[in-house]
Design a binder for this molecule. Structure first.
Ligand SMILES: Nc1ncnc2c1ncn2[C@@H]1O[C@H](COP(=O)(O)OP(=O)(O)OP(=O)(O)O)[C@@H](O)[C@H]1O
Length: 113
């Protein structure tokens, strides 16, 4: 199993939700986060003082998928989140050891399919 954590532009969320149906995924978590990457934010003057707004609002999508689903999920997110401008986001992928569906006690791939 893999954990896929994708940081995307908030306005891309609706497009990315379509992946659930397209790839027949069962679960997804979404968080609103503040962050920065190469897209550095902006500078404004507030009551005469220069203020850096270094952190922009992003959406973090967290998905746990089977190994055989992961490449399709990564390429679908990449395709839907892309604009070609700074701030398109990033995807982090890590290995997951196990999962449990509490209602049934199913483990591993069975718990997330
Ligand atoms: N190394 C990192 N660790 C944790 N979060 C990160 C990291 N890099 C990016 N993020 C998160 O991803 C969001 C989007 O980052 P951003 O698109 O600016 O990445 P980037 O690598 O600088 O890409 P680009 O060059 O396309 O702007 C950030 O606002 C932050 O929330």
């Amino acid at each position: 199993m893999k954990k896929i954590e994708a940081f995307i532009r908030p306005e891309k969320l609706e497009d990315i939700k379509e992946i659930m149906d397209e790839l027949k995924l069962n679960g997804l978590s979404i968080m609103q986060v503040m962050g920065c990457g190469n897209q550095k934010g902006w500078t404004e003057f507030v009551r005469g003082a220069e203020v850096d707004y270094n952190f922009l609002t992003k959406i973090k999508i967290e998905l746990f998928v089977t190994d055989d689903q992961s490449e399709a999920v990564i390429s679908a997110i990449t395709r839907k989140a892309y604009t070609g401008e700074y701030g398109d986001g990033k995807i982090f992928i890590s290995d997951i050891q196990d999962a449990v569906r509490i209602r049934t006690g199913e483990r591993g791939d069975d718990a997330i399919k």
